[in-house]
Ligand binder design. Structure first.
Ligand SMILES: NC(=O)N[C@@H](CC(=O)O)C(=O)O
Ligand SMILES: [Zn+2]
Ligand SMILES: [Zn+2]
Length: 344
């Protein structure tokens, strides 16, 4: 196959940031994606419906005039979140999901949840109204090895939480393990999982072999090769539980290249070419549309995009190494392989 036309994809997990970084990043996602679930981990976080509406306006203002891109907003769940505010923001169409960060698990998660009993009321209301909960699934206990934090979270937190809140619709965000794949696959129609572009490409060697490579460091951290293979099998299977969430997470180069560098891989710019390469390697190009354009809207009960995008195979496509932003350059994820699929 030399040409592939699919429905315009969506990104079901995206960090656009704010201010000068937002202005640089919005066009990168709007170029190829129709919609994106916008993560609320700003400083301070997006916790109320009013803040989500204001952030949506800032995103819309940062888009190029001819953009065909709809930001789908999320609220950052805190122990003080008001169930009525969540319900009215959902009812007004301002928010599409609520995001759960265990406190301390990742970038800007300090306001996240420590005591799950304190958010029980919000979760029950969300189950009633069918509003999805997007979950950063890692425990933060110091005695749990960082490579085990996702698997332990599933057993100790996610599974009990889902059993305690029947009907709650959950997206396991950026799964990185075989255990995550297995749990999502068996979870029924109220459970979905996003998979990032970079976790389909790298295993933990990318971060550590031949020197420490900060641009491959993200959370959840990339795992062993067996887990990458499980993610590739899941993404290319066509199973409706799995859909694209790039977790494209820009940080300026100075913020990443330092003694304590930030977590996040920036993939918005070249994701579609990378995915086409990965799906071709897995002999699954015919399932790229399910993963990138169909399964996500089905989970979120939204229509699929009417527009299409065409990819064409040819000489390797060269993407910029860095995207300039008012906060400094942002390095584009290097997949360490030639990309033969160009987005037309
Ligand atoms: N994925 C990351 O490594 N970083 C994300 C936060 C997150 O999604 O956990 C960020 O906001 O930078
Ligand atoms: Zn996360
Ligand atoms: Zn993220």
């Amino acid at each position: 196959m030399q040409r592939l036309t699919i429905r315009r994809p969506d990104d079901w997990h995206l960090h656009l940031r704010d201010g000068a970084m937002l202005r640089a990043m919005a066009p990168e996602s709007a170029r190829h994606f129709g919609r994106a679930i916008i993560m609320p981990n700003l400083v301070p976080p997006v916790v109320t419906g009013a803040q989500a509406a204001a952030y949506r306006d800032r995103i819309l203002a940062a888009l190029p005039d001819d953009a065909d891109f709809t930001p789908l907003m999320t609220l950052y769940l805190t122990e003080d979140t008001d169930p009525d505010d969540v319900a009215s923001a959902a009812d007004a169409g301002i928010v599409t999901a609520v995001k759960l960060y265990p406190a301390g698990a990742t970038t800007n998660s300090a306001s996240g949840v420590r005591d799950f009993d304190k958010v029980r009321g919000v979760l029950e209301r969300m189950a009633e109204i069918g509003l999805p909960l997007c979950v950063h699934g890692e425990v933060v206990d110091a005695d749990i090895d960082i490579f085990d934090r996702e698997a332990v979270f599933i057993d100790r937190v996610l599974d009990p939480l889902r059993r305690a809140t029947p009907g709650l619709r959950v997206v396991m965000e950026h799964i990185t393990t075989r255990q995550g794949v297995d749990y999502a696959r068996a979870g029924g129609p109220d459970l979905g999982a996003t998979i990032t572009t970079h976790h389909l490409v790298i295993n933990r060697n990318a971060i550590l072999v031949g020197g420490i490579k900060p641009h491959y460091y993200c959370l959840p951290v990339a795992k062993r090769e067996e887990h990458r293979l499980a993610l590739r099998a899941a993404a290319t299977s066509g199973d409706a539980a799995f859909f694209l969430g790039t977790d494209s997470a820009p940080h300026s180069d100075p913020a990443k290249e330092q003694a304590c560098g930030c977590a996040g891989c920036f993939t918005a710019t070249n994701t579609l070419s990378i995915l086409a390469e990965v799906f071709e390697q897995e002999d699954a190009l015919d399932r790229l549309e399910s993963f990138a354009s169909l399964n996500g809207p089905a989970f979120y009960r939204l229509p699929v995009n009417e527009a299409t995008v065409t990819l064409q195979k040819g000489e390797p496509v060269v993407y910029p190494v860095k995207i300039a932003s008012g906060e400094g350059p942002v390095t584009v994820f290097d997949p360490m392989m030639p990309l033969h699929w160009r987005v037309m």
